[in-house]
Structure formats: C-alpha cells, structure tokens
Write a protein that binds this ligand. Structure first.
Ligand SMILES: NC(=O)c1ccc[n+]([C@@H]2O[C@H](COP(=O)([O-])OP(=O)(O)OC[C@H]3O[C@@H](n4cnc5c(N)ncnc54)[C@H](O)[C@@H]3O)[C@@H](O)[C@H]2O)c1
Length: 250
C-alpha cells in the first residue's frame, strides 16, 4: 500500500473520540506518526488499539492555553516539526429553546469548539509558518453552514470554525501552509446517537432528508482528513469541505 503520509508528524486533538480515532488510525496506516491529544481522564485504550504503531498520547484540555503550549512543544520535540494538525476536539452541548439555553452552556460549547480551535491555531500555525509547510484541518460541521433548532452553541461555534479557517488560510497560504475545514453531516457516532435520542429521531427517520439516504461513517470522514493532510492537494486552501451525503446541497 502507498504511504502518502510517510514520516509525517501528525497532531490530532479529540483523538480518543470517534472521528479522531478513525482519522488517526488511517493516517498512521498511511505512514504518519500520531501525537494524540484528548482531555484529562479520557480513556485512550481504544485509540491505542486502533493506531497500530507508535503513538504519543497527551492529556490536555484544549481550552487551557498552557496545556496547548505543552502539547505543541511535546509534538515538536519528536522531530522538530509538525506536518499535520487535525484540530478536531469538540462538544455538542444541549439542545433547548432560546429561553432555556443557559449562558453557561453556551460559553462551555464556545470555549471548546471556538477557543480550543483558536488556541490550537495560535500555537501550531506559527510553527508551520516558520517551517514553510504544513496542513491544518479544522473540524467544523454541516451545522457550521446551516441552522438547526435549539443548537445555539453548537451551530454558532461551528460557523465560527469556518471563519477561523478562512482567516488562518489567508495568513498561512503565502507561506506554503494550508488550512481547511471539514463539515460532516450526521455521522454514525455517539454524538449523533445522543442527538437523535434527545430529539426523538433516528438514522432511518432523518435519512429521508439526506440525498444519500443514510448517515456517513467515521471512516469516510477519516478519508477526507487524510487527503487534506497529504501533499496530494497543494492548492486546496481555506476551503470548506462538506461531507454530508448532499445534505447541504439541498
Ligand atoms: N459525529 C458527527 O456526526 C459529527 C458531525 C459533524 C462534526 N463533528 C465534529 O467532529 C469532531 C469529532 O466528533 P466525534 O463524533 O468524534 O465526537 P467525540 O465526542 O467522539 O470526540 C470528541 C473528542 O473531543 C474530546 N474533547 C472534548 N472536550 C475537550 C477538551 N476540552 N480538551 C480536549 N479534548 C476534548 C472528547 O474527549 C472526545 O474524545 C467534533 O468537533 C464534532 O463537533 C462530528
């Protein structure tokens, strides 16, 4: 099998989650060396099983700048460079009508999904600008392009990730660095399972509104992440990549 990510140092946040694990596993199979970041206390064991090879696991809260500085320093210590950054940690938060959606819940979602992504960019991007190469993939969502009732924090935060991606790309592109975001629609995962439970829905019901008539899989998302991480797409920069079975094309 070809190894388009051969020898690359690949930093992944939210790595112990479902999309993070599938992406880390695929990028490791394609030759990358994975530096996996997830929140303190998170179980890394299924990630370790999925990534068959060398894995540096780091417990860090992406909302804490000192921890971000530390995970970047530890990734850099491996080979003096960071080739790929999958800026992926995220939470969904509650679903509630505006009068019931508390400001603390809103702040919590914004802290992880926006400030966490911003802090990752703030500490990884200068490294890549100094190197003159690198690829960053931010995790937005179809919810970063559309509105859904009750998802105040999540939708707002994922729109912000699109904005951060575009700003970052304009600073990065002149220096040979790429910054893109991915915008998955519903993917078969715990996050979507919980959401469906909360709104009393299911894949069968919601798929009627998706042109592909099904949810996506974490492996499909991983394929997009690995492509954007690779050197196969040097002119793709600042772009918003829907992976949603046509959901946002309607
Ligand atoms: N699952 C989907 O259908 C879907 C769709 C669109 C976008 N996304 C986005 O993709 C990303 C990954 O989603 P997933 O389905 O793998 O979810 P997940 O819950 O399985 O993974 C998210 C990971 O982020 C970690 N995390 C949360 N807060 C953190 C913090 N403060 N510091 C460090 N790590 C933290 C969690 O511990 C978890 O391991 C998220 O940003 C999510 O919003 C998911």
């Amino acid at each position: 099998m070809d190894a388009p990510l051969d020898g690359k140092i690949i930093l992944v946040t939210g790595a112990a989650g479902e999309i993070g694990t599938a992406s880390a596993a695929l990028m490791a199979r394609r030759g990358g060396r994975i530096v996996a970041v997830d929140r303190p206390g998170r179980d890394f064991s299924s990630l370790r099983r999925a990534v068959d090879g060398d894995l540096l696991a780091i417990e860090a809260d992406v909302t804490d700048e000192a921890s971000v500085r530390d995970y970047v320093a530890r990734a850099l210590a491996l080979a003096g460079r960071i080739d790929v950054f999958f800026n992926n940690a995220g939470i969904d938060g509650p679903i509630a009508r505006i009068a019931d959606y508390g400001i603390e819940d809103f702040r919590k979602v914004m802290a992880v999904n926006v400030e966490g992504v911003f802090l990752g960019l703030r500490h990884v991007l200068p490294v890549m600008l100094g190197q003159g190469f690198g690829s960053i993939v931010n995790s937005s969502s179809a919810s970063g392009l559309t509105g859904s009732p009750g998802m105040w924090g999540y939708n707002a935060s994922k729109h912000a990730v699109v904005g951060l991606t575009r700003v970052a790309a304009t600073e990065a592109a002149p220096h040979g660095v790429r910054v893109n975001c991915i915008n998955p629609g519903p993917i078969r995962s715990r996050m979507i399972g919980r959401l469906d439970e909360t709104i009393g829905s299911s894949e069968a019901k919601r798929s009627r509104g998706i042109p592909a008539r099904r949810y996506g899989t974490v492996e499909e998302v991983a394929g997009l992440v690995a492509f954007l991480a690779s050197d196969d797409c040097p002119y793709i920069n600042g772009a918003v990549h829907s992976i949603d079975g046509g959901l946002t094309a309607i």
